[in-house]
Ligand binder design. Sequence first.
Ligand SMILES: [Zn+2]
Length: 299
Amino acid sequence: MEELIGNDKVKETLKNMVKNQKVAHSYLFSGIEGIGKTLFAREFAKTLLCEEQKEMPCGKCRSCRSFAENNHPDFMQIEPDGKAIKIEQIRYMQEKIAEKPIQSNFKIYILKDADTMTREAQNSLLKTLEEPPMYARMILVTSNENKLLNTIKSRCIKIPFLPIEMEKIKKYMQKNFSMELSENELTVCAGSIGKAIGVQELLAQYRQIEGMIQNLDKQDLLSSLKESEFLHKEKDNILELLDYMLVILYKSKDRAKINAIHYVEDTKQRILANSNYDMAIDYLWIRVWEEVNEKYNRC
Ligand SMILES: [Zn+2]
């Protein structure tokens, strides 16, 4: 737990629950992606399962060792099968949860991306949340809380996770990846370690975006569109790249560029709504170019 970054308040809360033996049956770990919610959940599980029964797992007992080797008989982590956690997975979990623990005092279940549970899966899980076996502990992890049924949420103790401070992300990246993130790159991470790690893969694209924006008022539409062409091949990363574009436009302090921000927001929505990708990209860059160059036309 000590090695986990950020969210010190969550650390304290969880430790106190263990210390005071006030561990609830079900928790909802909620917060943006890439801030370590699942790592926290696993560490919490390991602590509860540890034979020492202290605030932190000892790392040496039989339980801690089998946890580290991923074969603890009283622990299970459920993840989406494809895009969703399906009712069959919940039924399997319910079969298992009914059997008494073998090695520890508890049986612990982590449901990662719990919001991807189908409606049937959620309704089925609800029965277990309402009447859990004495020894059962469930941790639902989500970055999209509003997709969970209210009846599910009301059965769980919510542990809200906050974005991680920029300075901590900066230090983490220096220490673990020998990487110096710029202020713009840190801004686009928005407090997510997961995103910061992803930045490494996108540095070339970020530089291209900076160039595109810098050249906006120096190029005709055709040349500018040509420079933006690489975005057509970046469908998998486009939301991250558009976020970076937002940061650069905003920080340009140029009124026309700031005015163009809403086209980027529009494009994000279009892409999320699955509209034609290539058209959305062309639309974006034509509008942004027009917005910036209109100013000169008016002069
Ligand atoms: Zn232990």
